[in-house]
Design a protein around this ligand. Structure first.
Ligand SMILES: Cc1ncc(COP(=O)(O)O)c(C=O)c1O
Length: 478
């Protein structure tokens, strides 16, 4: 029996990890720390290193032998696939970033046009660079007042050429709104297009009946295990279902992007997470959703505060995401986030208008109630006169694409002052992080509006992936 009160389910990787731990082998191969972390003084500087690596067991030559004769990883992947309704999945150690990269390599190819949600995480761009595909950018519906993305709907795909190779959409969005994947899948399949879903934020949805992207008809899905669920940092899973994307193609794409020395510990944490979800996932997620709903009830009473939910958004929202929209309270989301950080409660993201918090099954009643109280107190302390909304520009970028991301990535380049770059083609990315959605991507025309938006974003968050963190210069295609 487990502490979920249900019979234990199969956990091949976790069991093999435990056996490896018990064996206590001292290998004549990697890892360089030789598993000697448990012996005080065995590793030079073990007090420094020991706590950091004490759970590290390699997959090859650790959890399994060099030939993988136990087949534990394959078994664990098959169990995950069965749980989420996939035909074939691969465990990843490079996060959904790696899943998106591999996914776009699996569905794209040099010169192929792939329709990509322009509010995608920057890892989609990596996939476009590596695959050589040309993006046909599509934009989600934007809430007319809140300025937040509501998801891509079939109408957003109007105008795509019949020769489109595939469609890539993010659902749930960063702020928790969820696109209608079923309708998108119908639309895409009628045209023979595979639908890839970046479900990085929605791993838990796959354990609620009917809510996972595979169940709703997606052909390829990437999901982070470390975000909405409880896996080790950077764990993720990418998978396929149906015949539009071949499992073998996905394997090749994953193998292109992965290490040959995976951590058995990190992989085992994916296996353990799946087993917990199989046993009591639905119950625990529904309980967590009820706790977050209680937070929303409390927060809805705060004058002027908009709590983003199904009714406000007009589309289904992630039951575990807590997104607050602040302009009518006069509170600055980034200032509120800073106060929460000082108190030990870093938030997922913030900008002037909004603040996004990720809750999981781990956040219990007491914590949820305490955070709701704290939010109310801080908002009242920081309250000012209502102000007009200033939606983040990154939800509504409509770029002029001049070169494919791959052409721009490999093009000769020169660095020039940002103020002189208008009209040039960017060779680098400007990506407010979080949420990691590029304001300007390689291959796109630099415009006065984008330069203004980059400057403005720089006053609130780190603008990542550009060579000059002061944002005063930019690399353009020479
Ligand atoms: C929508 C989306 N997709 C993918 C990623 C990348 O996920 P990971 O951090 O697991 O690499 C993120 C990261 O925040 C994201 O927001």
């Amino acid at each position: 029996m487990t502490d979920c009160g249900l019979p234990a389910v199969s956990t091949p990787l976790v069991d093999a990890w435990n056996r490896a731990r018990e064996r206590g082998a001292h290998p004549l191969q990697v890892p360089g720390h030789k598993n000697q972390y448990w012996r005080p003084g065995a590793v030079p500087g073990s007090d420094l290193l020991g706590p950091l690596i004490r759970d590290d067991i390699t997959l090859q030559g650790g959890v399994d032998d060099n030939a993988y004769s136990g087949g534990y990883l394959l078994q664990a992947e098959a169990l995950w696939a069965r749980s989420v309704g996939a035909d074939h999945v691969r465990f990843l150690l490079g996060g959904s970033s790696q899943g998106n990269l591999a996914g776009l390599v699996a569905i794209g190819s040099p010169g192929a046009v792939v329709a990509v949600d322009r509010t995608s995480h920057r890892s989609a761009l990596s996939g476009l660079v590596v695959s050589g595909s040309m993006p046909a950018w599509i934009s989600p519906v934007i809430h007319p007042e809140l300025g937040l993305p509501l998801g891509v709907e079939p109408g957003c795909l109007a105008g795509l050429a019949p020769t489109t190779a595939a469609v890539f959409v993010t659902a749930p969005s960063y702020v928790g709104t969820i696109a209608d994947v079923e309708a998108l899948a119908r639309h895409c399949h009628d045209r023979g297009w595979p639908l890839a879903i970046d479900q990085a934020w929605g791993a838990h949805l796959a354990f609620l009946p009917g809510r996972g992207a595979f169940e709703q008809g997606a052909d390829l899905v990437t999901t982070s295990v470390h975000k909405a669920l409880m896996g080790y940092s950077a764990t993720a899973v990418v998978g396929v279902r149906g015949s539009l994307v071949q499992g073998r193609r996905l394997d090749q794409a994953v193998d292109l992007t992965t290490t040959t020395s995976p951590s058995g510990t990190l992989f085992a944490s994916i296996d353990a997470t799946r087993a917990i979800m199989d046993q009591c996932g639905q119950r625990e997620i529904e309980r967590a959703a009820a706790r977050v709903e209680a937070m929303r009830v409390r927060l809805r009473r705060v004058a002027g505060l908009v709590v983003v939910d199904d009714a406000v958004a007009g589309v289904p929202c992630d039951p575990l995401k807590l997104t607050l929209w602040l302009p009518r309270t006069g509170v600055n989301g980034s200032v509120l986030a800073q106060a929460l950080w000082q108190l030990g409660h870093g938030v997922e993201s913030s900008d002037l208008d909004s603040i996004v918090m990720t809750m999981t099954v781990v956040d219990d009643d007491a914590f949820c109630a305490q955070v709701a109280d704290l939010l109310v107190t801080l908002i009242e302390q920081q309250r000012q006169a209502p102000r007009p909304p200033a939606p983040a520009a990154l939800w509504q970028v409509t770029p002029e694409v001049v070169l494919s991301p791959r052409e721009a990535f490999f093009a000769p380049r020169r660095r020039i002052p940002m103020a002189e770059a208008i009209g040039e083609v960017s060779a680098e990315q400007f990506c407010p992080y979080p949420p990691g959605i590029p304001l300007l991507a390689p291959g796109e025309r630099v415009t006065a509006e984008i330069v203004r938006d980059i400057e403005q974003a720089g006053t609130f968050v780190r603008v990542a992936y550009c060579g000059d963190p002061t944002l005063r210069t930019i690399e353009v295609v020479a």
